[in-house]
Design a protein around this ligand. Structure first.
Ligand SMILES: [Zn+2]
Length: 322
């Protein structure tokens, strides 16, 4: 990539926008379009991270690091310069496309009673919750036509993973949840693998901005778990989209003092509980208090609520958590 292409890339991804998309928020303004906030690159307790929105540069008075959006991506994702550039290019290209796809899937949801019925059966019953999570439905066989008609190239659709190599919609009969830089698809059909993500990172913790400010946070492994807890009034909930947390998610969870209630599946083979133990060890090493929520055998938060559990009963599980 030549100098001009790099400059273009930087212009198209303003540093502040990229930071905010990664859960950074400014703590206080300085003069001349400059902002101070906590440093996302080291454990920071008083704002030492300066962002200059006019020059599109950052500098941290704590860890002494600074530069442009590419330098930030290198440090933040812990990759070398070429990978950081590739990462940013993909981010720039995929984001508008994914938003368009998510919008299309949202429109489809209410045209397909089987999708609404499935959500109902999984405890997602209010329109407010559906809107809060931006839930949609991919019937299959119609996204490609819609997006190409809007002027997106087939190559771009393939690159984003929305369309397969041979040109079919990648998500068929799936409930779709938009994530940061990805879309999660849950299959209605038992014949297909239940969980799918588009290629690339699953992103950070789900809806972290809302959970972040709470001194106590409930961590669940699936979006259906997130949904029932949110609906029951627990708005301090977040989701890791699987039992394994990536480095970014781990850093988010440890970005301040808090207690984390780990409510993973109590599945028969114990894999959810094993993962929860392992996670709680690594959180404790980072100074985070953890409590393990024990659900009745064979349950996850989703099935707990679907089978008649209520907020008061879940609250007592939280209080009993070790
Ligand atoms: Zn720093």
């Amino acid at each position: 990539m030549n100098r001009q292409a790099l400059d273009e890339l930087k212009q198209q991804i303003p540093l502040m926008g990229y930071l905010q998309a990664h859960d950074w928020s400014p703590a206080r303004p300085l003069s001349g379009g400059r902002w101070m906030g906590l440093c996302p690159l080291h454990e920071d307790h008083k704002p030492s991270f300066l962002v200059d929105t006019n020059k599109d540069l950052f500098y941290c008075y704590g860890c002494g690091r600074g530069g442009d959006v590419i330098r930030f991506a290198e440090l933040y994702h812990q990759v070398k310069f070429p990978q950081a550039v590739a990462w940013l290019r993909q981010w720039r290209g995929a984001e508008p496309l994914l938003q368009e796809a998510a919008r299309f899937y949202r429109i489809q949801l209410h045209r397909h009673s089987e999708a609404v019925a499935y959500l109902y059966q999984r405890g997602i019953r209010s329109q407010a919750l559906i809107e809060h999570m931006g839930i949609g439905y991919a019937p299959g066989g119609c996204l490609r036509g819609w997006l190409t008609q809007l002027g997106h190239s087939l190559t771009a659709l393939r690159q984003a993973g929305l369309v397969t190599g041979v040109g079919y919609d990648a998500y068929v009969q799936r409930i779709v949840f938009p994530l940061e830089g990805n879309l999660y698809g849950r299959s209605l059909s038992l014949a297909a693998p239940p969980h799918r993500f588009l290629p690339g990172s699953k992103g950070g913790l789900y809806a972290w901005k809302q959970a972040q400010s709470h001194p106590e946070v409930i961590l669940v492994e699936g979006l259906f778990d997130y949904a029932v807890l949110w609906e029951a009034g627990f708005h301090n909930v977040t989701c890791s989209l699987g039992t394994h947390l990536n480095a970014h998610q781990l850093r988010q969870l440890c970005d301040g003092p808090r207690t984390v209630y780990v409510a993973f599946d109590a599945d028969g083979n114990g894999s959810g509980q094993q993962a929860a133990q392992c996670l709680s060890r690594s959180l404790r090493e980072r100074g985070i208090t953890t409590r393990m929520v024990s659900l009745p055998e064979g349950h996850d938060p989703s099935s707990f609520f679907v089978q008649g559990g209520d907020a008061r009963q879940f609250q007592s599980l939280l209080e009993e958590a070790q």
